[in-house]
Design a protein. Sequence first.
Length: 491
Amino acid sequence: MKIDCKLCSDKIAKNLFKKHLKEVHEIDSIELYALDVLGYTNKCKQCGKNTNFLNLVKGFRDFCSNKCSSTYYANDKLVKAKRKKTNTKLYGGHPSQNKSIKLKVSKQLELNKLDPEYQSKINKKRKETCLEKYGVEYTSQSINYQNSIQNKLKLKYESITDYRLISKNSINYYTFKCDICSKEFTIHRHLIKQRFDKNIKVCTNCIKKNSYSYPEQKLTEFIENNYHGEILINNRTMLSGKELDIYLPQLNLAFEFNGLYWHSELHRDKNYHLDKTELCESKDIHLIQIYEDDWKNKNSIVKSRILNLLGKSDRIYARKCEIKYVSNKESKIFLDNNHIQGKINSKYSYGLYYDNELVSLMNFGINRFRKDKTIELLRFCNKINTVVIGGASKLFKYAIKINTWQTVLSYADRSWSIGNVYKTLGFKYDGKTPPNYYYIENNKRNNRFKYRKSKLVSNGYDNNLTEREIMFNRKIYRIYDSGSLIFTYIS
């Protein structure tokens, strides 16, 4: 698009017009040109302050702010009354609160996401707008944008303690010199911000000595604060070259922190976590696999289980507790607050109460995968930061006695358990399951049943593709656990 310059009658490309005014006519501001030559007004209709310039077609904004705009029209009683009357007649009130419009908009948004042609049109329009305004396809390619980012980063990172800015290699990469190790390092600006904001060493040379993520660092600090025995970090000797993130040799206990992205199928095969678990078992090491979303969303429960393993929990004796049947509502609340897998629907729930407070819970239900209606022990947990001595035995014996069950099935999650509680209750080992998988969406592991192929196809995805292919194309990836141990009780 070209614009006629009224000072020299030349036709100038819109994106070069400002440059033309400055170089040829020595006019510094395009707003000044528009104001003097085209006769635009730059005064706010409400308060009279100067307003921003839009373009040579529309001129200046009518108002200096949204506040002035809303005040101006709010004071216009005729406009206000007409708008309200029209909305009431058409929608029964404000359009945004109308259910049919809400539903229509949400459905259209979902359809647009699934329509490649629509997305292509949007991307094409976005590029055209950027080319028209800035002369480039993306705003990040604009020289003015890059210079503004460079200046902001320079002001922010030149003042970082212990690091001296040497050079700016590009819009994204910076070279610093570390005063601690006296070495230079190059780092991406996004990584600088992440490390700086979380108080992690910025220097890539220094951080290699403690090469772990911020959540893993916090996990290590928590264990160090609560355990005073020997702690080995990033140990590679016990597993013949494979790394243990945290190892406590006196307890034969190890912890592995699993970041969701780096432990997904993009970087780890389906047996990675299982192989490490079984390798640790062959060395008589109990490995705890802590997943990133559990550490973030169920932090208090994870810490409670760690303290239990370290012998730091409060103790209550089961003989001092009273057994009661627990309602489904109370059971779900207790599980959400105290069990790492959260709530579950169960047919039978029994709890131990200490001073009228629920401190231990055991849930049973009918196994949905077996036709013989086998009873399954679904959940068992204590109140966080608490161990009920003899609690599991007391609850299980009570449930068996009053229900006269002959067989009970249960699964032990190998990310945490090696099945000791089942051996105490008289269960027998009955095999193991292969690794289960979850889909990572919104930085959280989600149950695979939410993404069944039948459900995906009903939402408009290609029936000729497999579930995995559909999800992979959506960039929603799988992450595998270590499987489960199967235990069976026969009276």
